[in-house]
Design a protein. Sequence first.
Length: 52
Amino acid sequence: MPKKKEPECQEAQSARFRAEVERLIAAGELNPTEADKTLDRLVRKSEMPKKP
C-alpha cells in the first residue's frame, strides 16, 4: 500500500509552483503573454450565453 504524502504548507507549495513556472519560462516552454491571451479567450467563451 502506498504511503500517504505529507501535506505541504501553502507557502512551500506556492514557492515550488513559482520555481517551476520560472523553469518553464527559462526553457521556453511557457510564454506568459500567450498564456494570458489563452486564458482570457477561455473565460470569455465560458461567459457567453448558450444559444437554445
